[in-house]
Design a protein around this ligand. Structure first.
Ligand code: ARG
Ligand code: ZN
Length: 855
């Protein structure tokens, strides 16, 4: 049952208000609903309510009992043509809900066991989980005001909005802001708050709480609380957005399919995305936690006050909110480092998706299961489109357009058309061509050549987007290309300007130049395209040394490394001395930010090299790619032997641990130097660092360095003994040994770990830590024989009946299968077909596997 964007029709009724009562019980929770419906004049009168996985106890209309018709996915009833009160009572079983959608309990009971006495009730309703809680029009364009009464014997009972009444064994909440059902939330449990407060720009005081279970988690909330306050202030200062309730609650939950959820006034977080301490969290964890807290908070305006008309418009809230959280991180930390890491991530996940069988437009036009479209394309490419729009219209017009968007659409369930119209109205620009970015899938290839005549320098661009499933031909897009020019001495002679490409082929000239310049093209990665440029490594080395645009400076080094590695893989070339010299110069340049140096020295990932080779028509051999990276890193370590100890020592951070960008950058470069040193000293320095580490960044950095040279057995055992009571740290323990395993042993190690007593496959974090790490170890996953493929498929088949959503997400390691040689293709195809043939396979996984197989 495919759903199409073009079939959108509004619901035939307004929902004037909703009152819910929950009588909590692990396997027999009762939900009573009272919903006031008003028929719409333009509606067809058909009254359908979604509902799944529950037992209807009773229903009534205006107080008279009715017997609804049970239909696929819900119920229908004959209803008055005037406003009426719908009442129902249903029974649901949160303790046996392992899908983690709707109302469930965490931690999950182990197979066959009774629920943990400390388990909490919690909800996840986006996208379509509310229909597992009660019968309701579960669609984002139906918005209403909710009052919720929770009855249960747990000390903390939370829902959306403001607290109205608390008593022995019950609490009442009222949310004055109309919202769609996907933003509903309920939490109940024995929880402790880490509290704070904030005065908003108009002088209102807001109570802030981060709720966790009693115990060690209570000491891991301080950073999240500060991050929340920074987010609230930033949104006031930069976007003029103020918080609109008396309280803001965050709850940490161990079993969660995604990162976090922006439920109105009651954000629910995967505990890995909110809990932090120096001993248990890495610098990267701190940065990610800060960004996710900001992301969910920013949704209060971009998502909640203005929501989506239907799920095809998901990028309306997600692309914009990802863009906003990236601006926040860039402002608080280092803008160049944030941009570079975002582009690394975009290429690793979104380009991979956009150039394979799962490619889909940022705004898809059809889907079977919407949960399968919470993708890198919707989120990350969606954010890139907003960045481009801002580049095209300029900062001032962007700010005006956003003000208009908030003013015009507050309280609306909006569309991409509404969004673009705001920009058109503010700027007078026609965005018809820009809209193609939302409608056409695939990554544009941008080819550039140049020429120089009589003081005039000309860049010739050609754009072309390869076909994607269901879209054979593509129209030219508008591409903002940021360009600057340097003279041969390395001075910038033309500062960044935006070339606006709209045609399939287009040229741009710069005149009055004394000599042939060196062009720095696509500065700050001004568009999500693959740039093909006729150039040589001397020019790349020149830009690495001289470019004033930090992103392109990094990009030049990256292009150089990629070129060297691709030639090593495909032609058996030796490590290139020009590259090694350039990398050495970066390592030694103390004038450069350490975080930048670490990024510039990191080699392109195996996945990145695989994509590049595939794009050039070469079948990537994962083993050869792995070997080439090892060889190049080893050569670099040897040539840097004199410098590495100085860099390593120089990156030591004094004083108490601070997770800020500056200290994190030093630890990052320190760990980079440590990994290289370990290739030379047999792990001596890493062993010392491990023994002395007083924070997780250095402990894990040392462990990773040791595992990468096939050492670290003792440290692994010590780590487990030290941390076996901390599930988030144990996720790292599971992940590290698979991620850093030699390719020949990765699948075997992962397999053994799935038999470890602490492997709880129904916990999404643990499942991803182990099997996700295997998929991320490219050479290990693709090692000859297909053991990695079989292991992943076995576990997907096992998890699907319990948790289709996480299972479906974890099928994506197979999406690149057509890139590889015939043997690997046959092995992967067999596994995909085995999964597809599994009886009662979920709709989620059926859709994913069919799309990956192609048709
Ligand atoms: N809206 C959440 C976020 O991006 C993601 C929730 C997605 N949940 C899901 N079941 N697909 O912040
Ligand atoms: Zn989001």
């Amino acid at each position: 049952q495919t759903i199409y964007l073009r079939d959108y029709t509004p619901f035939g009724f307004e929902v004037e208000e909703v009152a819910l009562t929950f009588r909590l019980s692990p396997t027999a929770t009762r939900v009573l609903s009272q919903i006031r419906f008003r028929p719409r004049l333009d509606g067809d009168g058909r009254f359908f309510l979604h509902g799944e996985d529950m037992t209807l106890i009773s229903a009534a209309i205006d107080g008279t009992p009715v017997t609804p018709r049970m239909v696929d996915g819900g119920l229908e009833a004959d209803v008055p043509t005037e406003p009426f009160l719908w009442e129902s009572e249903v029974e649901i079983s949160p303790a046996t809900n392992t899908a983690l959608e709707g109302l469930y309990m965490s931690p999950l009971a182990r197979d066959g066991a009774a629920p943990d006495p400390g388990a909490m009730y919690c909800t996840q309703c986006e996208a379509e989980g509310f229909r597992k809680i009660t019968y309701y029009p579960d669609r984002p364009d139906v918005m209403s005001v909710f009052t919720v009464r929770i009855e249960g014997d747990m000390p903390v009972l939370l829902s959306n909005g403001n607290p109205v009444e608390q008593g022995d064994g019950y609490a009442v909440w009222h949310d004055p802001w109309p919202k769609p059902a996907y933003l509903f939330a309920l939490v109940a449990g024995d929880l402790r708050a880490h509290s704070g407060s904030l005065t908003t720009m108009s002088g209102k005081s807001v109570d802030l709480n981060i709720w966790v279970r009693p115990g060690p988690d209570e000491d891991k909330c301080a950073f999240g609380m500060e991050a929340l306050k920074r987010s609230m202030k930033w949104d006031e200062e930069i976007y003029g957005r103020e918080y609109d309730l008396d309280v803001f609650n965050i709850v940490a939950v161990d079993d969660f399919n995604m990162g976090a959820m922006e439920n109105k006034g009651l954000n629910i977080f995967n505990s890995s995305c909110v809990l932090a301490s120096p001993e248990t969290s890495t610098d990267a964890n701190f940065e990610r936690i800060e960004a996710i807290i900001a992301h969910e908070y920013f949704h209060n305006w971009t998502g909640n006050r203005i929501t989506c008309r239907d799920w095809f418009q998901l990028c309306l809230k997600e692309g914009l909110t990802v863009f906003r959280d990236s601006q926040f991180t860039a402002d608080l930390r280092s803008a160049p480092v944030k941009r570079i890491t975002d582009v690394i991530d975009l290429r690793a996940r979104q380009f991979r998706e956009d150039n394979g069988p799962l490619a889909h437009p940022v705004r898809p036009d059809s889907f079977v299961e919407i949960n399968n479209f919470y993708t890198a394309t919707v989120y990350e490419k969606g954010a890139e489109l907003i960045r481009m729009l801002k580049t095209l219209v300029g900062d001032e017009a962007y700010a005006k357009a956003l003000d208009l968007y908030f003013m015009r659409h507050d309280g609306d369930a909006a569309t991409i058309e509404d969004w673009l119209r705001v920009f058109e109205d503010v700027t007078g620009r026609d965005l018809t061509q820009f809209k193609r970015w939302y409608e056409q899938a695939g990554t544009p290839r941008l080819e550039v050549t140049d020429e120089f005549n009589d003081g005039t320098y000309t860049l010739h661009f050609k754009q072309q987007t390869p076909p994607t499933p269901g879209q054979e031909t593509k129209d030219p897009r508008v591409i903002p290309i940021a360009v600057g020019l340097l003279n041969p001495n390395g001075d910038e002679i033309v500062p960044t300007r935006i070339l606006e490409m709209t045609e399939a082929e287009q040229s741009f000239s710069f005149d009055g130049l004394a000599s042939r310049p060196v062009a720095s093209i696509l500065r700050d990665f001004s568009a999500p395209v693959i740039l093909h440029r006729e150039t040589d490594n001397a020019e790349r080395a020149f830009l690495l040394a001289h470019d004033t645009d930090p992103f392109n400076k990094w990009e030049a080094g990256r292009a150089l490394a990629k070129d060297v590695l691709c030639r090593m893989v495909s032609q058996g070339a030796a490590p290139d001395q020009a590259y090694l010299d350039a990398a050495l110069a970066v390592l030694r340049d103390d004038g450069l930010d350490p975080a930048f140096r670490a990024l510039a020295l990191a080699l392109p990932s195996q996945e990145d090299i695989g994509q590049t080779l595939h794009d050039a028509g070469i079948v990537p051999d994962p083993m050869a790619i792995y070997d080439a990276r090892e060889t190049l890193a080893q050569s670099f370590a040897e040539q840097a032997a004199d410098t590495l100890p100085r860099i390593y020592a120089g990156m030591a951070v004094d004083g108490p641990y601070r997770p800020d960008a500056e200290d994190a950058g030093k630890r990052d470069l320190g760990n980079t130097a440590l990994r290289l040193l370990s290739r030379l000293d047999g792990g001596k320095t890493a062993t010392t660092q491990y023994a002395n580490a007083d924070n997780m960044t250095q402990q894990l950095g040392a462990l990773g360095a040791l595992l990468s040279i096939e050492k670290g057995e003792d440290q692994l055992a010590a780590f487990e003994a030290q941390w076996d009571q901390d599930r988030l740290v144990m996720d790292k323990w599971f992940g590290m040994q698979v991620a850093h395993a030699h390719s020949a042993r990765a699948a075997e190690i992962a397999d053994a770990l799935t038999r470890h007593p602490a492997f709880e496959y129904r916990n999404p974090n643990r499942f991803r830590a182990t099997l996700g790490a295997l998929a991320g170890n490219t050479a290990g996953f693709h090692a000859p024989g297909g053991r990695g493929y079989r292991l992943l498929a076995d576990w997907l088949i096992k998890l699907d009946p319990l948790n289709p959503q996480t299972t479906a997400r974890m099928t994506t390691p197979f999406e690149t299968w057509r890139r590889y040689d015939a043997d690997r293709q046959a092995l992967i195809k067999a596994e995909l077909e085995r999964i597809r043939a599994t009886p009662n396979l979920s709709r989620d996984v059926t859709e994913m596997v069919s799309r990956i197989l192609g048709g």
